[in-house]
Design a protein around this ligand. Structure first.
Ligand SMILES: [Zn+2]
Ligand SMILES: [Zn+2]
Length: 308
């Protein structure tokens, strides 16, 4: 029993970041859409990576006892800011719907994303303007922090920093990858993205080049990346998303830069499955079959903590 206890403690200490998924899917289940609370171990100062679902995810995390306290308190004081990859509804609906109950905080995004949130959602025609820019009157609950590619920005009221990278999501539409740093440890969260081959883009290839030394130094603690459709999805119906085959093509490119062994140390969290029909089962099966790189794949569950 002592050994078991000792083992448990060793496991719990051996991580840097904790992630609580508030929502994991890319469509259909409106109470379970892309949103990941991220904090450093031993801290309750979280940011949300995307904000498709907030309230129902907090409720689920309270049921699972991965969060403690009241849902309203966690929304207002636990979440210190939002990092929004792109303005599709499945990534912002929870932020908009919960805004009347929220407290004042920052929204971090690239300018293309802030512009759409400001023009289309926090405008008086579709909701109240809780932002500090756009259509007047401005309620100024949220402060937009416009990120610049290649520049690191501090995440206020946390010990973390973020560096954004532009992604191609049904070219010319854009999305964002966030490289979050705490001390010398990193998490890479990709919003929706297509494969370079399909998008006629080099965004992922540039990202892999940037992070490969971080992987080689064993400082990357996890990659969050989408697989929206099974392999049978035709190339002209991908709408800027990945399949298992396309994910592994990209991971092979990364692996050729980092070395296979180094990449195997990095857990890969599969996000944004579109769970129509039996797609979820199919995607998991195809990922297992094609995992020649022997990557550690994690399938996040709403409310269940992931330690990285
Ligand atoms: Zn999406
Ligand atoms: Zn999208």
């Amino acid at each position: 029993m002592f050994l078991q206890g000792g083992h448990l403690i060793a496991q719990q200490q051996d991580f840097t970041f904790k992630v609580i998924p508030l929502g994991v899917y890319g469509s259909t289940h409106e109470s379970n859409l892309s949103s990941y609370m991220l904090a450093v171990k031993n801290s309750n100062d979280y940011v949300c990576l995307d904000a498709g679902t907030i309230h129902d995810g907090i409720d689920k995390a309270l049921d699972e006892k991965t969060l403690q306290g009241g849902a309203a308190h966690i929304l207002r004081t636990g979440i210190k800011g939002y990092l929004i990859s792109h303005p599709h509804l499945d990534h912002v609906a929870g932020l908009i719907i919960n805004s009347p109950d929220d407290s004042s905080k920052n929204i971090y995004a690239l300018p293309f994303c802030i512009n759409t949130i400001e023009e289309k959602y926090f405008s008086w025609k579709s909701w109240a303007n809780f932002g500090d820019e756009g259509e007047e009157p401005l309620l100024k609950k949220y402060h937009y922090v416009s990120l610049s590619e290649g520049l690191e920005t501090a995440l206020a009221n946390t010990a973390m920093f973020v560096q954004p990278f532009e992604l191609s999501h049904a070219n010319p539409n854009k999305s964002t990858a966030f490289l979050v740093r705490y001390d010398s440890s990193y998490i890479l969260y990709l919003g929706d993205t297509g494969a370079d081959t399909i998008e006629n883009s080099d965004k992922l290839s540039k990202l892999w080049q940037y992070i490969s030394p971080i992987v080689q130094r064993d400082q990357l603690k996890g990659i969050f990346i989408e697989v929206s459709f099974p392999d049978e999805q035709p190339n002209d119906k991908l709408f800027g998303h990945l399949t298992p085959g396309l994910l592994f093509n990209e991971m092979k490119k990364l692996s050729s830069l980092t070395g296979k062994k180094n990449l195997q140390n990095v857990p890969v969290v599969i996000t944004h499955i579109k769970p129509n029909g039996n797609n979820e089962m199919l995607i998991k099966k195809e990922l297992a079959q094609k995992n020649d790189l022997q990557l550690r794949l994690i399938f996040p569950q709403q409310g269940e903590m992931i330690k990285l």
